[in-house]
Design a protein around this ligand. Structure first.
Ligand SMILES: C[S@@+](CC[C@H](N)C(=O)[O-])C[C@H]1O[C@@H](n2cnc3c(N)ncnc32)[C@H](O)[C@@H]1O
Length: 445
């Protein structure tokens, strides 16, 4: 899109939509009204919402209408006629095509206000307007400790990076301002390794985690395990100084290639030997903020007798909470739960674990009856069935943690109908420059 300065930014719109029948639509002139839920500028045209990537409220531009998107239509920006004073230079060279970040062009105050607005809108819709909200806890650039890099072997080279926006194509990433800087130098050597492992059009995913012992990598490759490839992978791990490298070849089980140093993560001073590719909160500071919200609330006032931590993962809440009271930690991932149990034993903490699919078999109201406090931190889909059991139980204090304000609000409404008040909410931004936002809420009745 041409800017008033005359400097072309058209490359930022590479891969955007075109007209449905293949003939380009006539350009139209629009003014952007709001910054939408996904970070697109939103305008109105012919009674429909028009979504334009990388634009800002107040901006005037010409666009070409493209594919339908829900009730609205997506549009390709052609020329920026009037730029917003809130527009800033995106710090990353991949901004635009890369699907990882959608709002690097937004000034910091507008960015923070937009993230808060996402949380507020979800709460308002579920009947929690006016809930006291703490200041948003923000993670700095270069602090994301988990990333999944996708790879595809092309005819001449390996593409390695993140998915393009609204596409399966891969942006070949050489620089990322979001992840911890120690991940970046690995990418060149990883491209070379995958060039040896993959045939043309074969793919791989490298799940990279920054642990206390260094980088932990789980590499899922379409290739077959052979002795030379296992040796090549081991050489890569030692040259790059990885703490651990595990490879999943095709559909096979995990193959431990190198374990040079323990891959541990420390939760509030408690070390946990995390399994390859396990779930962790995206940033350490985000995790500290979420845990601080729960621990801070429980550390003042009378001590709880027993706590249940549902969707406990490797124990980021359960382990520190066990310093206050015995904890039952329930989780569906066996390896994560085993890591949690090992850490609890080593630290001498009173944690009982239960492996359970909480979507199919939520902890029932009668099983929750002996607990004073429930913490639940489900995946994006939320935990409606579990919230219904909590609502029917005699539990009086609940902490909900979520990476999805919409499902959080839906589940909160279930608790609200059973007499719980949502006393306060902490928004947490650990997915920098993306449309994701986390939150923690305290419910009491
Ligand atoms: C958002 S993570 C939270 C983990 C942990 N509380 C933390 O802060 O690291 C959600 C957790 O729920 C687990 N999970 C997902 N679906 C589940 C299910 N149906 N039953 C039980 N656990 C599930 C995942 O394995 C993951 O550990």
């Amino acid at each position: 899109m041409a800017r008033p300065s005359g400097r072309s930014r058209k490359r930022h719109w590479r891969g955007e939509v075109g007209a449905q029948d293949g003939t380009p639509a006539e350009p139209i002139r629009l003014q952007i009204d709001t910054l939408g839920r996904r970070g697109d500028g939103v305008a109105r045209h012919g009674g429909r919402a028009v979504y334009v990537a990388q634009t800002l409220p107040g901006e005037e531009l010409t666009v070409r209408l493209g594919e339908a998107d829900g009730d609205g239509v997506r549009a390709e920006a052609i020329e920026l006629i009037e730029a917003s004073p809130q527009r800033v230079e995106p710090p990353c060279p991949h901004f635009g095509p890369c699907g990882g970040c959608s709002v690097q062009h937004v000034s910091d105050p507008l960015y923070a206000e937009w993230k808060l607005g996402i949380v507020r809108t979800a709460l308002d819709r579920a009947g929690f307007a006016g809930t006291p909200m703490l200041p948003i806890a923000r993670s700095a650039p270069g602090t994301r400790r988990r990333a999944a890099f996708r790879a595809l072997r092309g005819e001449r080279s390996v593409f390695l990076g993140f998915s393009e926006r609204a596409s399966h194509r891969i942006v070949d990433v050489t620089d990322c301002r979001v992840v911890v800087p120690s991940m970046m130098p690995l990418l060149t050597a990883l491209r070379a390794l995958l060039g040896d492992m993959l045939a043309v059009r074969q793919s791989a995913v490298a799940e990279v985690t920054a642990t206390d012992g260094g980088i932990d990598m789980l590499l899922e490759v379409e290739a077959e395990a052979t002795l030379p490839l296992r040796e090549r992978a081991a050489a890569f791990a030692s040259e790059q100084g990885l703490a651990r490298l595990t490879v999943r070849w095709g559909d096979m089980q995990e193959d431990p290639i190198v374990a040079a140093r323990p891959a541990t993560v420390t939760f509030d001073g408690i070390p946990v030997p995390v399994p390859p590719g396990t779930f962790l909160q995206a940033t350490r500071s985000g995790e500290d903020a979420l845990r601080g919200f729960v621990l801070g609330a429980l550390s003042s006032g009378s001590r709880p007798g027993r706590i249940v931590d549902l969707f406990a993962g490797c124990g980021s809440f359960a382990l520190p909470l066990a310093r206050l009271a015995p904890v039952l930690a329930v989780e569906g991932d066996e390896a994560a739960l085993e890591a949690l149990a090992m850490a609890a034993r080593a630290a001498g903490l009173p944690v009982r674990t239960e492996l359970r699919d909480l979507a199919k078999r939520p902890l029932r109201a009668d099983e929750l009856a002996a607990s004073d406090v429930v913490v639940f931190d489900p995946p994006r889909l939320g935990a409606k069935a579990q919230a219904e059991q909590i609502a029917d139980s005699p539990v009086r204090q609940v902490f909900g943690i979520s990476c999805n304000p919409s499902t959080f609000a839906r589940d909160a409404a279930v608790l609200g109908a059973a007499g719980f008040a949502l006393e306060s909410v902490l928004p947490v931004d650990q997915f920098l420059w993306s449309a994701h936002v986390e939150l923690a809420g305290r419910f009491r009745r």
